[in-house]
Design a protein around this ligand. Structure first.
Ligand code: SF4
Ligand code: SF4
Length: 313
């Protein structure tokens, strides 16, 4: 397949963001992630296949979708009930006839295969809105799961004089990062927890390779601006011991900027639409005062710490 025909699975493109890199940005979200963070705010970005989301608020109980599905995956207990989707029967269904069968917009597909040319066309269309210093940010999901495509897209952006950024969990082979980072101007990388066992409990994977990667990334900071991000999850990673360990690690490897992002529950309805359990359904966001306390710890270590979207980037 020639490079112009290569395709990546994308689950969202946001035309204008001011919080994910300098200036205005076009955000491209890659679908598929090897982590399963229990607080994830983009559950529709986790699976690396297209899937159906069901919005009960739009459903008219017409049951047309039941007849459309070739796999018998949709059923209803009693007339007048909402439909139930047996997702084990959907598998990697590519027809998604259920969505075509629904005239009320209650079913929608998440995930679209796109070529470099298709993405570049969208990116170029947004360009005039970015202002000075803006550009493109690739995130997910985990952009590194589709690293070859991402590397090509970033190369294409640079060839068109477009500023580039990526957001990554740090969980991918270093050789893949080497390929992608060749054309990255701005790098956001997460530290979710400093303890490998607690990291595994919260995300499904150990942090050993993440921290090794972050240390390697730090040694190439002449090539890009590097910012650490922590999603602050109450009761998981917001304790002083973990924050101090993160600050000491950053000091040691020479990364000076951190952005702490408070947990929020905005993803609740997405979990419902995907028929998934949401472990954080009843969890409160951290209070602003708690965020400032964490910020103070980083400041005490001489690091520049920004809270939430209150950043210069
Ligand atoms: S995704 Fe495919 S298998 Fe699943 S309900 Fe829709 S048409 Fe049926
Ligand atoms: S076709 Fe759409 S509106 Fe009708 S039952 Fe199915 S999801 Fe609901």
């Amino acid at each position: 397949m020639s490079s112009s025909q290569e395709r990546a699975l994308i689950f969202d493109i946001q035309g204008f963001s001011v919080h994910d890199g300098p200036g205005g940005r076009t955000l491209v979200f890659f679908k598929g992630c090897p982590l399963r963070c229990y607080w994830c705010c983009n559950p529709e970005g986790q699976n690396q296949y297209r899937e159906v989301m069901y919005r009960r608020s739009k459903c008219q109980m017409c049951y047309r979708c039941m007849d459309s599905c070739p796999n018998g995956a949709i059923h209803v207990k009693n007339k007048g009930d909402f439909i139930a989707i047996d997702r084990s029967k959907c598998g990697y269904c590519n027809n998604l006839d259920c969505v075509k069968g629904c005239y009320n917009g209650a079913l929608k597909v998440v995930g679209k295969y796109m070529t470099i040319d298709e993405l570049m066309m969208k990116i170029e269309r947004d360009r005039r809105f970015w202002g000075t210093g803006g550009g493109v940010t690739l995130g997910g999901g985990e952009v590194m799961l589709q690293y070859k495509f991402a590397a090509r897209l970033l190369e294409e952006c640079h060839a068109s004089y477009i500023h580039t950024a990526i957001e990554t969990s740090g969980y991918a082979p270093w050789s893949h990062y080497q390929e992608v980072l060749k054309n990255v101007d701005w790098l956001f990388v997460d530290i979710k927890h400093m303890d490998p066992d607690i990291h595994r409990k919260g995300t499904g994977v150990s942090n050993v390779s993440n921290l090794e990667n972050i240390e390697r990334m730090a040694s190439h900071q002449k090539d890009y601006q590097m910012v650490i991000r922590i999603p602050v999850i109450p009761g998981y990673n917001d304790n002083t011991e973990n924050i101090v360990a993160t600050a000491k690690f950053m000091k040691r490897i020479g990364v000076h900027v951190i952005n702490i992002l408070p947990f929020h529950r905005l993803a609740t309805s997405k979990y419902e639409q995907l028929d998934r359990k949401y472990a954080c359904k009843n969890m409160e966001s951290p209070r602003l005062g708690d965020m400032y306390q964490i910020q103070n710890i980083f400041h005490n270590y001489g690091l520049m710490c920004y809270v939430g979207s209150d950043t210069p980037f």
